[in-house]
Design a binder for this molecule. Sequence first.
Ligand code: HEC
Length: 155
Amino acid sequence: MRPRMLAAMACAAAMLISFAAAQAPGGSSSPNYIPHLGDIMGATQLRHFKLSFAGKLRNWDLAAYELEQIVESFQDAATLYPGIPVTDMTIVADPVRRLREAIEKKDSQKFSAAFNELTVACNGCHQAIGRGFILIQVPTSSPFSNQIFEPAAKP
Ligand code: HEC
């Protein structure tokens, strides 16, 4: 009984370690992998979409999650690409704060107003940085059939 438990514990520990390694920054094939700014932005575009749908369908847990993913991407962009002017990064701070508030209060109207502001901020930076041709809008339909955006249980 005891040795078996020990073996199980060792196995669990090994799994934890390998999971941690997989999660560690640079844990991909190249230890110095730095995502391209365009790739960080591509992920942000995806999450901008998911955030919109989660909010529209009042899936507040998912909305909170996607918003924090966007914030992390912005932080990565600012840290890895210090060439982006700080003033351009701060234009997203206000909409992010308002979105957090709206999600916390489960307020659909405030959410959609703040989401519009975030979208304006996306384009504000693209314009300031000479990429005005990357024009983001509030999504109108879902390209994803492999994820459910409705909350599991109606609030
Ligand atoms: C602080 C500046 C800044 C903010 C804020 C910003 N972007 Fe970007 N974005 C950029 C820059 C710079 C590029 C061009 C990257 C490159 O050319 O490598 C870019 C490129 C993109 C692209 C093109 C990527 C591709 O491969 O097609 C998309 C999509 C995008 N951004 C979405 C967004 C969305 C959505 C938001 C808001 C939620 C946002 N961005 C906010 C600076 C910003």
